[in-house]
Each structure stands twice: as structure tokens, then as C-alpha cells.
Design a protein around this ligand. Structure first.
Ligand code: PBG
Length: 333
């Protein structure tokens, strides 16, 4: 007998890990396709979908290929899609955001018609893909981001997106007062049921790198005057208070993996659903590490997503949404 044999009655946490069935039964959180949201890119000038170098397996879509991918996502049973548009023409104020002919607004309508009965069609509400300077807002004469003038553009964009058929608007621009401005505009225009998902905590992150390729960002500089400093966690709770007071229906913490502590704090404090966004750089890290043979791809993906659930996310935006939903369905057999 071992010199270190535990005494009768000793606590043995390993007991609950002995079989797959028992482990499954006692797991505290689980992934479900309905909790997954797929971010998608649609580009106006394309005639064929283009795979992104920084995000293998993710495409800039044509309108047709976008709808086909949305169908596949609906078939897989995911909860929703989040649309981002890349317009043919950009200008200082992002004129395409509130034009019904704008690529994002057309994509919203096309997806809503095709899959709106099976999943939630959402749209990113921010100017950065539509401005020629690449900032999330309009600029002052001196080149600073003009918070309050930007709110007028967000209000117009919100109405256009709601009119196009978006059920949830993702306010990702990090302007102060953005939730209140868009809520007021939507309600005044009669869109009282359009849901606002506010990016409550959005950090100025190096992990957005591949996304900027995906949307062909024109940004020269950074977003540190509006996105949060990675060193500040407490500030997220302040932003949460403000977003709730302004009427956010859902709140978001982004990025995900480097900010799971912030996610956990916001999830503990929030009376409304809390989502998180596993961003482009997080996707790229796993994909390229797996390609290099350093990690086992699907287990790493599932573990990363379970981490979000454990930290308190109700839903997760992830570029793997469709694939993971298919994987979860396959595992049940
Ligand atoms: C801004 C926006 C960004 C992302 C989503 N919305 C990028 C940024 O702030 O530069 C990043 C998403 C990702 O990296 O996957 N509208």
C-alpha cells in the first residue's frame, strides 16, 4: 500500500471524472449551437468569394455566396449571423451606411428574406468600414474623432438597418452616448422592437489585425481615443452602467480570450444578456498554431469556446460558429 494512501472518507474529486457519461452529466456549462453567432463579411465589388489570408476558412462574400453561407449556418442551427459590409465607395462620413442601396443594407434584406425565419439577422453598426479614413466616427477639422457628430450618423445608420430588416444592431463604435442616440432614433422612427446590442467593453486590441484585412481598413493610426485601454477592467463596469441606463438590450465584451476576467465581472453584474466576441486574431492564433502542428485544432476550438461560457457569456460571436454547430451535432450520434 502506498505510504500516502488517503484515509477512508477522504475527499476524491477525481470520482466525478471517471467516465465520459459522468463527466458529461456533471459539466457546469455546455456549448449549444443556439448560443453561437457567425460574423460574416460581404463585399460590394466581388464577383467570387475571396478567402482571407489572415483567416483561413473565412471569406469575403458576394451577396449570393453570403446568402448561401447564411443558409448553411441556419441549417447548422446557430443562433444568428452578424453582418459586416465592405462598400465600393468610401467617404469622410460613410455615406453608404444609410443608403438603402448600401451593400450592408442590401445584405441585411437578402439574409432576412432567406434565413430570418430560422436565425437572428444582425448588423454591425459602425462607420469604420465605410469611411475613407477608417475611423469609427466622423472627424473634426483637426482630424479628431467627433463623438457627438458621429451619433447623428449612427442614428441614421440604425434606422436604415432596421428598415432593411435587421433584428439586432451591434453598436461597436465606442462613442459615448451611442446606445441612447440609436434607441431614440429607432423609437422615433417606429422601430421600437429593434434590439440594441451595445459593445459595452471594447478594448483597443492588437488582436483585431486580421479583421482589418477582412474589411480592408483604411485606418492610419489607432482607435485609442475611443476604444478602451487594455489595462482598465473597472471601467467596463462603468460602461455597463451607462449602456444599461441608455437602454441596451444586450451587452458585449470584446475581445474574448484576453479579457475573460472582464467578461466574468460584467456577467456577474449585468441584468441583461452578456455576449462576447472571439475576434479575428483569436481565430487566427488557433488556425495557424494548428496548421503548424502545435495544437489539435477542434479540441482547442471547443476549449476556447467553453472558456467563454464558463466566464459567463450567454452567446459567443465566433468565426467557427457553423463548423462548431455541425461538430456538436455530429458528436451526439
Ligand atoms: C469595428 C469593429 C472591429 C471588429 C468588429 N467591429 C474592429 C476594430 O475595432 O478595429 C473586430 C472584429 C474582429 O477582429 O474579429 N467596427
Amino acid at each position: 500500500m502506498s505510504r500516502y494512501a488517503l484515509a477512508p472518507g477522504a475527499v476524491r474529486p477525481r470520482r466525478l471524472r471517471t467516465t465520459p457519461a459522468l463527466r458529461r452529466l456533471v459539466s457546469e456549462v455546455r456549448l449549444h449551437p443556439a448560443d453561437l453567432v457567425l460574423p460574416m463579411f460581404v463585399k460590394e465589388t466581388l464577383t467570387e468569394p475571396v478567402e482571407l489570408q489572415g483567416m483561413p476558412g473565412v471569406f469575403q462574400h458576394t451577396l449570393d455566396s453570403l446568402v448561401a453561407a447564411a443558409e448553411e449556418a441556419a441549417e447548422a442551427g446557430i443562433g444568428g449571423i452578424m453582418l459586416f459590409g465592405i462598400p465600393a465607395d468610401r467617404d469622410a462620413i460613410g455615406s453608404q451606411v444609410d443608403s438603402p442601396e448600401g451593400i450592408l443594407n442590401r445584405a441585411i434584406t437578402a439574409c432576412q428574406e432567406a434565413v430570418g425565419d430560422r436565425l437572428v439577422v444582425m448588423a454591425d453598426l459602425c462607420l469604420d468600414e465605410f469611411t475613407d479614413h477608417g475611423h469609427c466616427g466622423v472627424l473634426t477639422d483637426t482630424g479628431a474623432v467627433d463623438n457627438d457628430a458621429t451619433l447623428d450618423r449612427y442614428a441614421a445608420m440604425g434606422i436604415a438597418q432596421a428598415r432593411a430588416g435587421a433584428q439586432v444592431l451591434g453598436l461597436s463604435g465606442m462613442m459615448d452616448g451611442q446606445v441612447a442616440a440609436v434607441r431614440d432614433a429607432l423609437d422615433t422612427a417606429g422601430f421600437t422592437d429593434t434590439v440594441i446590442m451595445g459593445y459595452t467593453a471594447k478594448y483597443s486590441s492588437a488582436f483585431y489585425g486580421p479583421f482589418r484585412e477582412a474589411v480592408e481598413s483604411q485606418l492610419d493610426g489607432d482607435r485609442r481615443t475611443y476604444q478602451q485601454d487594455p489595462a482598465n477592467g473597472r471601467e467596463a463596469l462603468h460602461e455597463l452602467d451607462l449602456d444599461l441606463a441608455e437602454g441596451a438590450d444586450i451587452v458585449m465584451v470584446k475581445p474574448g480570450m484576453p479579457y475573460l476576467d472582464v467578461l466574468a465581472e460584467v456577467a456577474a453584474a449585468s441584468p441583461v444578456p452578456v455576449w462576447s466576441y472571439q475576434i479575428s486574431g483569436e481565430y487566427a492564433m488557433v488556425e495557424f498554431a494548428a496548421r503548424a502542428g502545435a495544437i489539435d485544432r477542434m479540441p482547442a476550438i471547443l476549449e476556447s469556446l467553453i472558456g467563454f461560457k464558463r466566464a459567463g457569456a450567454d452567446a459567443i460571436l465566433t468565426y467557427w460558429a457553423t463548423e462548431v454547430a455541425q461538430e456538436l451535432a455530429a458528436r451526439k450520434q
